[in-house]
Write a protein of this length. Structure first.
Length: 308
């Protein structure tokens, strides 16, 4: 029987779910197993491919067109201003198909870009290793590692290559227009990296590259929110009662304009150009107001802006 001890400690950690039967790659030595795990690339948001097939994307087309009708009828719990902004994008009857096509193209670009950049400057068959920089919060709600990813450069290369010549794969997606900026507090790029991201995003938007080519594009975070809004509104359309808070469960993040630090409500994010949006989870708003010296917008301070 072991002796009692006087050390009491509860470690802070994250319980990871099963990574699946193929997660274990190899065991290097007894206490060093190598495992596979998903990485959520920070500060970027690519179009969704959750429809899985073009046929299922057409079902989303129909759902979003029905949502547009419910919005017109005043059934959907959405502000008039945000509705006016989004309706032209979902009344086309092609919003789901457009999202799926863009998501497929973004995935293809990312696959080829990573392969190409890992091979640059290396002998045939010899790829660079991967550099990973994690966020303050290491994992998201889906237990994916939150990180910036790039080719790993030598000390000599790092001393001679400027940052813009050794971008992360995250930044490549932004530069080529296959991802929208998606900076979420407190995982904000550093003072040297944020300007690069904003400059690349602005250039991609103005150059109508990738997703920015089509003015009817739903940004991925808009697409996900509208999927939830459809389900919430369908419940009401079918005569069911909402649970407390359910009506507005489809949108939760607040938005800051990075140019003037003005804080907007969850349904007023569209008032900030996509390049300059900084998103906040509700539980982080109080902390961010103090640390970033934010000023609530007049609509938010007056009870508007979808702040319910």
């Amino acid at each position: 029987m072991t002796d009692p001890v006087q050390i009491l400690w509860t470690p802070a950690g994250t319980a990871m779910p099963s990574l699946g039967s193929r997660a274990l790659v190899e065991v290097h030595d007894g206490d060093t197993p190598y495992v596979k795990m998903p990485v959520r690339m920070l500060s970027v948001d690519t179009p969704e491919t959750t429809a899985d097939t073009a046929e299922q994307a057409e079902n989303v087309d129909k759902e979003f067109k029905q949502l547009a009708a419910w919005i017109r009828e005043g059934i959907a719990p959405i502000s008039d201003d945000l509705a006016a902004f989004l309706l032209p994008k979902i009344e086309t009857g092609k919003a789901g198909s457009l999202q799926f096509g863009q998501g497929t193209a973004a995935a293809a670009f990312n696959t080829e870009n990573i392969k190409k950049r890992l091979a640059e400057g290396r002998k045939p068959g010899k790829e660079r290793s991967i550099f990973i920089r994690t966020a303050d919060d290491h994992f998201d709600d889906n237990n994916r590692l939150l990180a910036y990813i790039a080719p790993n450069y030598s000390k000599k290369e790092l001393a001679t290559l400027p940052r813009e010549k050794r971008p992360t794969f995250n930044l490549d997606l932004i530069s080529e227009g296959w991802a929208a900026p998606f900076v979420i507090y407190p995982s904000i790029p550093g003072e040297l990296d944020l300007p690069l991201l904003l400059k690349a995003a602005d250039k991609a938007v103005k150059g109508k590259k990738g997703i920015w080519k089509d003015p009817k594009t739903l940004l991925a975070y808009e697409y996900r929110a509208l999927e939830k809004l459809h389900d919430v509104t369908k419940k009401k359309a079918e005569g069911q009662e909402w649970k407390p808070g359910e009506a507005f469960s489809w949108r939760t993040r607040y938005c800051v304009d990075m140019r003037d630090r003005e804080l907007h409500g969850p349904e007023d994010y569209f008032r900030v150009p996509p390049v300059y949006r900084l998103f906040l989870w509700p539980q982080d708003v109080k902390d961010a107001i103090g640390r970033l010296n934010l000023t609530p917008s007049p609509r938010l301070a007056g009870g508007g802006g979808g702040a319910r």
